[in-house]
Ligand binder design. Structure first.
Ligand SMILES: [Zn+2]
Length: 345
């Protein structure tokens, strides 16, 4: 099969396009003909070895976490899907044995594997995954839109729905709306909940796109003071929840914008991972600060259910043929886009 793989870590030049053997399925696995695989910042770290992802590669490794396609083969024990089914894949493969897995908190499993990160992923014509990772998608959802969803919507869902219990009368702050997570957070806040959404972004074009996604207010963080604007918009009350996928550069504004009793979810630190925390404010304002990495299978089911009904959908900026993975990675590192970049093997 055609695949894009790495045999060593480094710049975009380590991404090689060529032929690899097709993966074989086990008793409980499915084989999926990949139709779309969305790029993720984690792909860059796995490719480059940055952010603690240095590793020795003993054989060609296939990146690609967010995968949609058609089931082409099922293991003899598989009962939940059939050949020909259009599906999107839950990317994490928990160990199933640790105390978190046993408690139904498989998304906290510290031994979990991940498609495209520790298991071969979707930069290829075919991928194999456990059948429990498969979620059917409706014909109204394109493969590209579906592939753009798991790693963007799962952390957002965990923050806003599972933890902050966002309600229509709440307000949520979404920094950097142009990132996949940003667009997902606007949609969950607006379309799934009906809350008020304040987004930040950096250019007139992106501001319009953030409004198009459903934001009620959009702040240009290059020209305006975010914390002050949030204060004005919320009549001094602050926001009930923050979806922080940006990290250090956003923290001072984000934390200052949080209402007493509010929820501050951290699901990414693209701009840096160290900051100063006013510990006194944490208990006097009685705020909740918490970390989220992905989400549970239950959250995945709820997300796909809403997507199949057209209420939320992955935001796709551009689709590249598989052999242009290097160009796609260059664009991903350049940050000049709105939504997800997708490979179509
Ligand atoms: Zn586990």
């Amino acid at each position: 099969m055609k695949a894009v793989y790495i045999e060593s870590q480094g710049g975009v030049e380590v991404l090689q396009y060529g032929d690899l053997p097709e993966p074989q399925i086990g008793l409980y696995d499915v084989k999926v003909r990949v139709r779309a695989c969305a790029l993720n910042r984690l792909d860059v770290y796995t490719r480059s070895g940055g952010r603690g992802r240095n590793r020795d590669l003993t054989e060609p490794f296939i990146l690609g976490i967010d995968i949609a396609g058609e089931v082409v083969e099922v293991g003899p024990e598989v009962t939940n899907t059939v050949v020909g089914q259009r599906v999107v894949l839950y990317p994490a493969v928990p160990c199933g044995q640790c105390r978190f897995c046993k408690a139904g908190q498989e998304h906290v499993c510290q031994k979990r594997q991940m498609l495209g990160s520790t298991l071969n992923g979707g930069y290829a014509e075919y991928v194999v995954a456990p059948s429990i990772n498969v979620y059917p998608i409706s014909d109204s959802l394109s493969f590209e839109e579906a592939a753009a969803m798991p790693t963007t919507f799962l952390p957002v869902w965990t923050i806003l729905i599972k933890t902050a219990h966002l309600r229509p009368w709440h307000t949520v702050l979404v920094p950097s709306a142009s990132a996949g997570v940003g667009a997902a957070a606007i949609q969950v806040g607006k379309n799934a909940v009906g809350a008020t959404v304040i987004a930040t972004t950096s250019s007139p074009e992106k501001i319009q796109l953030a409004y198009d996604e459903g934001a009620d207010y959009v702040i240009d963080y290059t020209k305006e003071n975010v914390a002050e604007r949030v204060k004005e918009i919320t009549n001094g009350e602050g926001v009930d929840a923050v979806v922080d996928h940006v990290g250090a550069s956003f923290w001072p504004d984000g934390f200052a914008s949080l209402t007493p009793g509010g929820y501050y979810g951290i699901c990414g630190v693209t701009s840096g991972f160290k900051t100063e925390l006013q510990m006194g404010a944490v208990f006097t304002k009685q705020v909740h600060i918490f970390g989220v990495s992905m989400g549970s299978q239950e959250s995945m089911r709820e997300i796909v259910n809403l997507a199949n009904r057209g209420i939320i959908r992955g935001k796709v900026h551009k689709v590249f043929p598989l052999e242009q993975a290097r160009q796609a990675h260059e664009m991903l590192e350049g940050m000049s886009f709105f939504g997800k970049l997708v490979l179509a093997p």
